[in-house]
Design a protein around this ligand. Structure first.
Ligand code: AMP
Ligand code: ZN
Length: 464
C-alpha cells in the first residue's frame, strides 16, 4: 500500500508525495512554555514522533522543526505575576519539556527554534505583507487584512458570510465566532516585553512566529505541518494566510491534526484545570514507557482518546506480557532446528500497511498480537526453532523502532543485585526467612521481581 494521510485542508485521504523525492520537511507546532505540558500535549507530540519514525522507517530523510513559543499573552501575564522576565520564567518549563521528551523516548526534532530568537524574521515577513497590501497599521499595532486573501477560512471550513472583515481581534487565541482581521504585531502595553524594530516598537502576535520560522528552516513551500485540532483555528488558518499572501506560493502540502486527549468528556486543558502531567504519572510510580505506550497506542491519532485513571496501569500490564513474550522467544535454544515461520513476513507487511494507512497503529498492533498468539502456541508445544526465533526477534526489532517501549536486549543485572539474590538464596537455605523476605522486598523496590520456580529463582524487571 502507498503511504497516505488524512489532509485537513482537502478533507480527504491523500497519497503522500513529498516535494523532493526521499526527503520530508515537517513543521510541528511546539509547546507554549508557560507551564509543564500536560499528557494531552504529549499525545500530540507522540503522534508526531510516530509520524517521523514511520517516515524514517520508509527511508525518508526527515527534517522536523518544532518551535518553542516563549512569548505570548499567557507567558507575559504569568511572568509578570512572578516579577520575572519572560526569559527567566520560561527557562524552567523549556528544560522540563526537553526532559519529558527524553522520558517519553520521543526522537528529537532537527531544529527547535525559539520565537524570541526570530523576531527579526517575523518583522521581515510583516513588511512583505504590508508592501503587498495584506497588512495595515492602526494605533501602533499591525493587522492582517483577511478580506485581501480570498482563500481565508478554507482550512477551518469557515462560512465566508460569517467573516467580519474590517473588525479586529488582538488576542492570540480566539474562537470561530471571532473571525476578524488578526494581529501580526502588537503595540507596546505597560509591562509587556518589547522589541525595537523597523516596523516599530512592540511584540509579535502568536501565529506569525510559525509562518516565519517554518519558512526559514523548511522553505516557502514544504511537505507536512501538524498540530492538535485546536491549532486549526485560528493558528493554522492564520499561518496559511500570512505565508501564502506574502509568497504567492502554496505553503504546506499536507496538514495533519491530532485529536484531543479528553478527560470527563472535555478536552484536557490547562485552562479547564482537568489535566495531569507526565511528572504526576511518574510520581504515582508508572513506568515512563507505559505512559508512552498508553498515549501512543490508545487510539488512532484522529480519534479522541479518553483519559482513564487506570490507562497507565493497563499499559504496564500489556508491556509486561510483551516482556514475557520476548523472554520466552529468547529462551528458545539457538541450536534447536526448525522451519522459518510463514506468518512473519505477512505480519510485517500488514504492520507496515496499517501504518501507511494514515498511521493506524491500533490496527498494526492487532496484527502483531495475532503473531504473538501464534508464536506463544508454538513455544508451548516446543515447536519454535531457531530460524523462527531469529525471524520473530527481527520483526520485534522493526516494530520497536516505532513503538520505542520493548525490552529486546538480553536483560542483565548489576553485580550488587546479583549479590543480593545470592544472599537471599543462602538465607532461605539456612532458614533465615526474615532476611530472605527483606531482600526480596528491597529488590522489588528497585524494580526487580523474584519468582521461585522449580528450576530455581527467576527475576523480572518491573521498574523503568
Ligand atoms: P500548547 O502548549 O498549548 O501550544 O500545545 C502544544 C500542542 O499540544 C499543540 O499541538 C496542541 O494542539 C496540543 N494539545 C493541546 N491540548 C491537547 C489535548 N487535550 N490533547 C491533544 N493535544 C493537545
Ligand atoms: Zn504553531
Amino acid at each position: 500500500m502507498t503511504l497516505r494521510f488524512f489532509d485537513t485542508l482537502s478533507g480527504t485521504l491523500r497519497d503522500f508525495e513529498p516535494l523532493r523525492p526521499g526527503e520530508v520537511g515537517m513543521y510541528t507546532c511546539g509547546p507554549t512554555v508557560h507551564d509543564f505540558q500536560h499528557i494531552g500535549n504529549y499525545r500530540t507530540f507522540l503522534f508526531e514522533d510516530l509520524l517521523r519514525r514511520h517516515l524514517r522507517g520508509k527511508r525518508y530523510r526527515v527534517v522536523q522543526v518544532m518551535n518553542l513559543t516563549d512569548v505570548d499573552d499567557k507567558i507575559i501575564r504569568k511572568a509578570a505575576a512572578k516579577h520575572m522576565t519572560i526569559g527567566e520564567y520560561t527557562a524552567v518549563y523549556t528544560e522540563a519539556f526537553f526532559q519529558d521528551l527524553r522520558t517519553l523516548n520521543i526522537e528529537p526534532a532537527e531544529v527547535y527554534p525559539r520565537a524570541t530568537d526570530h523576531v527579526g524574521d517575523m518583522v521581515t515577513l510583516i513588511e512583505r505583507l504590508m508592501e503587498k497590501g495584506h497588512a495595515y497599521e492602526l494605533d501602533g499595532s499591525i493587522y492582517f487584512r483577511i478580506a485581501s486573501f480570498p482563500p481565508y477560512g478554507r482550512l477551518a471550513k469557515l462560512d465566508p458570510k460569517g467573516l467580519k472583515a474590517g473588525a479586529r481581534v488582538d488576542a492570540d487565541e480566539y474562537d470561530k465566532e471571532d473571525v476578524r482581521d488578526f494581529v501580526l504585531w502588537k503595540a507596546p502595553r505597560e509591562g509587556d516585553p518589547v522589541w525595537d524594530t523597523r516596523i516599530g516598537r512592540g511584540r509579535p502576535g502568536w501565529s506569525i512566529e510559525c509562518s516565519a520560522m517554518s519558512m526559514k528552516y523548511l522553505g516557502e513551500s514544504f511537505d507536512i505541518h501538524t498540530g492538535g485540532v485546536d491549532n486549526i483555528f485560528p493558528h493554522h488558518e492564520n499561518e496559511i494566510a500570512q505565508s501564502e499572501a506574502a509568497t504567492g506560493k502554496p505553503f504546506v502540502r499536507y496538514w495533519l491534526h491530532a485529536e484531543h486527549l479528553q478527560m470527563t468528556g472535555e478536552k484536557m486543558a490547562k485552562s479547564l484545570g482537568n489535566f495531569t502531567t507526565v511528572r504526576d504519572a511518574l510520581a504515582e510510580g508508572y513506568q515512563p514507557r507505559a505512559i508512552r505506550y498508553a498515549l501512543l497506542t490508545g487510539a488512532q491519532y484522529r480519534r479522541k482518546l479518553n483519559f482513564s485513571p487506570d490507562m497507565f496501569g493497563a499499559a504496564e500490564s500489556a508491556l509486561r506480557r510483551l516482556d514475557d513474550f520476548v523472554a520466552r522467544v529468547r529462551a528458545v535454544p539457538d541450536s534447536r532446528p526448525g522451519e522459518p515461520l510463514d506468518l512473519v513476513s505477512p505480519t510485517q507487511a500488514a504492520w507496515e500497511a496499517a501504518l501507511d494507512d494514515d498511521l493506524n497503529l491500533p490496527v498494526a498492533l492487532g496484527h502483531l498480537f495475532d503473531l504473538v498468539h501464534e508464536v506463544n502456541r508454538l513455544i508451548e508445544s516446543g515447536s519454535l526453532g531457531a530460524p523462527a526465533k531469529r525471524q520473530v526477534l527481527e520483526l520485534l526489532g522493526d516494530v520497536d523502532r516505532i513503538l520505542g517501549v520493548l525490552r529486546l536486549e538480553e536483560q542483565t543485572l548489576d553485580a550488587e543485585v546479583e549479590r543480593l539474590i545470592a544472599e537471599r538464596e543462602a538465607a532461605r537455605t539456612s532458614g533465615n526467612f526474615q532476611r530472605a523476605d527483606s531482600i526480596r522486598a528491597d529488590l522489588a523496590r528497585r524494580g526487580i521481581l523474584l519468582e521461585d520456580t522449580k528450576q530455581g529463582v527467576r527475576w523480572k524487571r518491573t521498574g523503568p
